[in-house]
Design a protein around this ligand. Structure first.
Ligand code: ADP
Ligand code: MG
Length: 328
């Protein structure tokens, strides 16, 4: 199959909201009055972001999910995306499930594929998403204020557990591994929560490189510090409770420091980390309920710069965890 047949067969669908979709030199979007376009790109590279053995359906899902997660962190509603794809071979048995996984998530969020580029080369998937947010209402990294509460959605550390199992450095019951692997390979972008947090959260970011590292971006851009409760964070690894519940010995084999490290610095979580003043606690709870997304208060924003960790006994220590950096 040639390049144009490939595009036609797997990626061309009738335009819906877009004025013009796949097939011309540019796609056309009609921005709604009073709205700002939110734009973000994320690239997935074989061997760096995923293993060559990953299920193509899941990879299609993840490629879009990590981009939708950025829109969620801005409180933007997904509209459309483009797909730039380099692939070694035009093979139906890879393209068909990849496109299915990609477009299923796209349809679930009403986000249409409006264009892209296709070339032969080492497997590399780059998506650019476009979303909309009422002018001035985007959630930014720079809005956290001293005294704000610090929250994270859902669970953290499970994707990292899956990675450690793949690396052979951790061992858990098969059902727990399948759960953790799905968290790593098919993350859930917290789009509905992000929309519900408009006007409530003072700052937000999505956790891709590790909770504390991504928190560092909020703190730097907001000119504040924070204290994080480590026992609360460590309890957010869903697989830990599952190991304990399975009656297997695994939970005991994995040291509590490891669970804590994966929660705080694991990466690939795609949860929302955000701040809001204590006066908004009821509103945060309502946003969590309305979006059916659990949210946990894990600390607070301080006037004093820097990031501090507080253990269950209330002892405060400086942060020593580092998060993922491609060039570090
Ligand atoms: P051009 O050479 O003008 O950039 P192309 O020949 O690369 O256009 O692409 C033809 C059309 O197919 C364009 O509308 C482009 O946006 C679209 N397209 C190319 N690759 C993809 C893809 N992987 N997914 C969706 N649309 C694609
Ligand atoms: Mg082109």
């Amino acid at each position: 199959m040639g390049e144009f047949e490939l595009i036609e067969r797997y990626f061309k669908r009738p335009a819906r909201r877009a004025a013009l979709g796949v097939g011309d030199d540019c796609a056309l979007l009609n921005p709604a009055p009073g709205m700002q376009l939110a734009v973000s790109s994320d690239m997935l590279v074989e061997g760096r972001h995923f293993l060559s053995t990953v299920d193509p359906f899941r990879l299609g899902h993840k490629a879009l999910a990590v981009n939708l997660s950025d829109l969620a962190a801005c409180g933007a509603k997904p509209l459309a995306f483009t797909l730039a794809l380099a692939l070694p071979r035009a093979e139906a048995r890879w393209l068909e499930p990849f496109a299915r996984g990609l477009l299923a998530l796209a349809d679930a969020h009403g986000c249409e594929l409006i264009g892209g580029d296709t070339t032969q080369g080492p497997l590399n998937i780059c998506i650019t998403v476009f979303g909309e947010v009422p002018t001035g209402q985007a959630l930014l990294r720079s809005g956290a204020r001293a005294g704000d509460d610090l929250y994270v959605s859902g669970h953290v550390g499970d994707a990292r557990l899956a990675l450690e199992v793949f690396r052979g450095t951790a061992c858990v019951p098969a059902s727990v591994f399948e759960f953790a692997r799905a968290r790593m390979e098919q993350p859930t972008p917290r789009v509905t929560l992000g929309l519900a947090l408009r006007g409530i959260a003072t700052a937000a970011i999505d956790v891709s490189d590790g909770l504390l590292g991504d928190l560092g971006h909020i703190l730097k851009q907001s000119g504040v510090g924070a204290t994080v409760d480590t026992d609360v964070a460590a309890s957010l690894v869903a697989a830990r409770a599952q190991c304990a519940g399975s009656g297997a010995t695994a939970e005991r084999e994995i040291a509590s420091e490891n669970w804590l490290e994966w929660a705080l610095a694991g990466g690939d979580d795609y949860e929302l980390l955000f701040t809001a003043p204590p006066s908004q606690r009821a509103a945060v709870a309502a946003a969590s309920g309305a979006s059916q997304t659990p949210v946990t208060r894990i600390g607070s924003v301080d006037q004093e710069r820097g990031l501090r960790l507080r253990d269950a006994q209330g002892n405060v220590v400086p942060n020593t965890y580092t998060s993922f950096d491609h060039f570090a």
